[in-house]
Design a protein around this ligand. Sequence first.
Ligand code: UDP
Ligand code: MG
Length: 310
Amino acid sequence: MKNISIIIPAFREWKNISRIHIALKKILSSISEFYDNEIIFVNDWSNDTTWKEIQKLASKDEKIKWINLSRNFGHQQALTAWYMKASWDLIISMDADMQDPPILILKMIKQWENWYEVVYARRIKRNDKFLKKYTAILYYKILSKVSDTQIPRDVWDFRLIDKKVLKTFKKLKEKDRYIRWMFAWIWFKTCFVDFIRPERIHWETWYTWKKMIKLAMDWILNFSTFPLKLWALIWFFIIVLSSIFFLYVTYDFFINWADYPLYKWINIVLLWFMWLQFIFMWILWEYIWRIYNETRERPLYIISEKINFK
Ligand code: UDP
Ligand code: MG
């Protein structure tokens, strides 16, 4: 008998709670012979009746547990709130809005039984609205170029992880977190279950542009040295520019005997200083990146198995 813990962050999902509960129950009861389960709702401070819906279910069903956050912390933090507490054999995270079809859970568990430790649901076709679809594609394209950690495409936070992976995940302590990339960094034995992601049925997504930009920034800053490379590029550009300018002025002065007013010289000197400054700042940035890297105290390596050790 193994235990499955299902985490569902919910923000203003009162219309969805009972639907997902019914769907989950149906699926979980079909495997209840081998798997015990609990369903954990993390109520991300929804200011509607989400809590009432959850409470209604929880009072009838002891397998339903819920956490209330003290304010709206966002999807990633809501997920973390349970990931940090979870301890069961299998942990599945999914959205509350039925966009992650519960039926896939069975397939994911099959993969787990077949030796895999991280199983992602992967969408093969997007039914999202035009704008969201194309911004998402662009976003993946750019960010995976920029990022130092390669991330699997088209996966979201609908995933199953093994207890072992969870244990490692708990060791990643960074505050600005993008869970998908953290799992990409941990990796382990990973596989994918493909599906077509349906549209959100009730209401709008609460993933606002602001939240998405914050996530994108977290990705760039936490997982890549791209801003540093950009910095180096600007720096290089200034060097080239000031060198050309310097050569030109020197030539003009010594060969053409042009009359050079002081301010032109000062301009050149300023340019030189500018690139000097850029070098220093770059060095500073390199230090800052290293300090950052040290402070988040990620494990240096992760052992997946030890074989033949007594
Ligand atoms: N969510 C949350 N806090 C927020 C925003 C969203 O816990 O501030 C939850 C939401 O209830 C849902 C999941 O995160 O279960 C994904 O949100 P949504 O469906 O709006 O995102 P999308 O599927 O459009 O990416
Ligand atoms: Mg959704």
